[in-house]
Design a protein. Structure first.
Length: 137
C-alpha cells in the first residue's frame, strides 16, 4: 500500500483498493518464488479487507475469497505499546492507531486467527518472532 500511495500522490480512494490488493498479492507471490525458508510480510490481504471496510465501507469479494484460500502460517500482531510516530499519508494519529488496533483484533477473531502477540521493545519483539520461527518446520 505504501508504494501505491506514494505513486498516486493523493489521498487514497475506494477505486484504489483493487490495485492495492493486486499489488499485495504480486509482492507475496514474488517473495514466495525467491524465498529459501521464511517470508515475513508486514501486511497481507487481511489489511486490505479491514481498510476497505473501515475507510470506505466496501467489500471486494475476490479479496475476501483469496484471503481465505491463502496459507499464512503465522500471524504476529504488534501491540501499540511503543511510541507513536507520525507517518504522513499512512498513519493519521495515535487515536487512529488505537482504533485500528481494536479493529484488527476484531477481524483476527472473525477469521479465527490466533496471532502471536508482539509487545515491548523492538528487541523483545524480534526475539519473540525468532523464537516462534524456530518452531516452524
Amino acid at each position: 500500500m505504501r508504494e501505491y500511495a506514494d505513486q498516486v500522490s493523493r489521498p487514497l480512494e475506494a477505486r484504489d483498493l483493487d490495485p492495492i490488493a493486486r499489488g499485495q498479492l504480486k509482492g507475496e507471490d514474488e517473495a514466495a518464488r525467491t524465498a529459501t525458508k521464511f517470508i515475513l510480510h508486514d501486511t497481507n490481504l487481511l489489511s486490505s479487507i479491514l481498510y476497505a471496510e473501515h475507510y470506505f465501507d466496501v467489500h471486494i469479494p475476490w479479496v475476501d475469497q483469496t484471503f481465505v484460500e491463502r496459507d499464512y502460517t503465522r500471524y504476529f500482531f504488534c501491540q501499540p505499546d511503543i511510541p507513536w510516530e507520525a507517518d504522513p499519508g499512512q498513519r493519521v494519529s495515535s487515536n487512529e492507531r488505537t482504533k485500528l488496533h481494536s479493529l484488527f483484533q476484531g477481524i483476527l477473531a472473525r477469521y479465527q486467527i490466533n496471532p502471536t502477540i508482539l509487545r515491548g521493545s523492538i528487541e523483545q519483539r524480534i526475539q519473540t518472532v525468532l523464537t516462534e520461527l524456530q518452531d516452524i518446520r
